[in-house]
Write a protein that binds this ligand. Structure first.
Ligand SMILES: Nc1ncnc2c1ncn2[C@@H]1O[C@H](COP(=O)(O)OP(=O)(O)O)[C@@H](O)[C@H]1O
Ligand SMILES: [Mg+2]
Length: 224
């Protein structure tokens, strides 16, 4: 269970303070699927980064499984993230110096699993995502849809408690969008992982338990 309370965030831009989040409250239960919709600049990435412990809010609290994440040291946050949180970044952020299979295995290796075991697991998951022929390629040589499937594999290989996805289909055509969303949902349904996904594609929202519009620093439940 994830509980965020009265989250506020602002940034200094030049000499002025830009308020981005203005008191966000949200509870997410195990396995629940939540989506944030909102135009560019509305604060979706900021919110995901705060949920993912990549960024500290100026005020408010983030509780994950009753752990108050605000009180953790930087190192504790890193360890917590490695264990419990999967993140599909906007523009996927795959590492070009590593092959596809290495990219996917890295989260397990960072969690101290043996290298051979981690690579085998990576191979397994890449096979289920239809990428077995691409395991030794560099990410940059793959199509957009394929790269996004690699990013999904990397984010879910450690069976995270929560999966954060920042516009994971933003650069994909309709067919690949469908494919990628189907893959994300089938994986998280199997694992019981909670999903928090940011998008501005209104076609996607039917699949979620709850959708929120991010606007003016606040979230409001979105009704069709
Ligand atoms: N590190 C930062 N420093 C200054 N301004 C930032 C920073 N991160 C985000 N912002 C600003 O916060 C606002 C929200 O950004 P973001 O969360 O990326 O929105 P979205 O993901 O909805 O497009 C934007 O105006 C952006 O310029
Ligand atoms: Mg964004």
């Amino acid at each position: 269970m994830i509980k965020i309370t009265n989250i506020k965030q602002s940034y200094l831009q030049g000499k002025s303070v830009v308020k981005v989040l203005n008191g966000i409250n949200l509870n997410i239960s195990k396995g629940e699927k939540i989506c944030f919709i909102g135009p560019s600049g509305s604060g979706k990435t900021t919110l995901l980064n705060i949920l993912g412990l990549l960024e500290n809010p100026i005020s408010g609290s983030v509780l994950i499984n009753s752990k108050n994440c605000n009180l953790m040291s930087l190192e504790q946050k890193t360890m917590f993230r490695r264990q419990y949180i999967g993140y599909i970044f906007q523009n996927n952020q795959l590492l070009e110096d590593f092959s596809v299979i290495e990219n996917v295995a890295i989260p397990l290796i960072l969690n101290n699993f043996p290298k051979r075991f981690s690579l085998n697991k990576a191979k397994e998951i890449l096979k289920t995502l239809g990428l077995i022929d691409k395991v030794n390629f560099k990410p940059g040589t793959l199509s957009g849809g394929e790269q996004q499937r690699v990013a999904i594999a990397r984010a879910v290989i450690k069976k995270p408690f929560i999966l954060l996805a920042d516009e994971p289909t933003g650069s994909l055509d309709e067919e690949n969008t469908k494919k990628v969303m189907q893959i994300i949902f089938s994986i998280i349904n199997k694992l019981g992982t909670a999903l928090v996904l940011a998008t501005h594609n209104l076609d996607l929202i039917k699949k979620f338990d709850r959708c929120y519009k991010v606007d003016d620093g606040l979230i409001t439940e979105y009704e069709e």
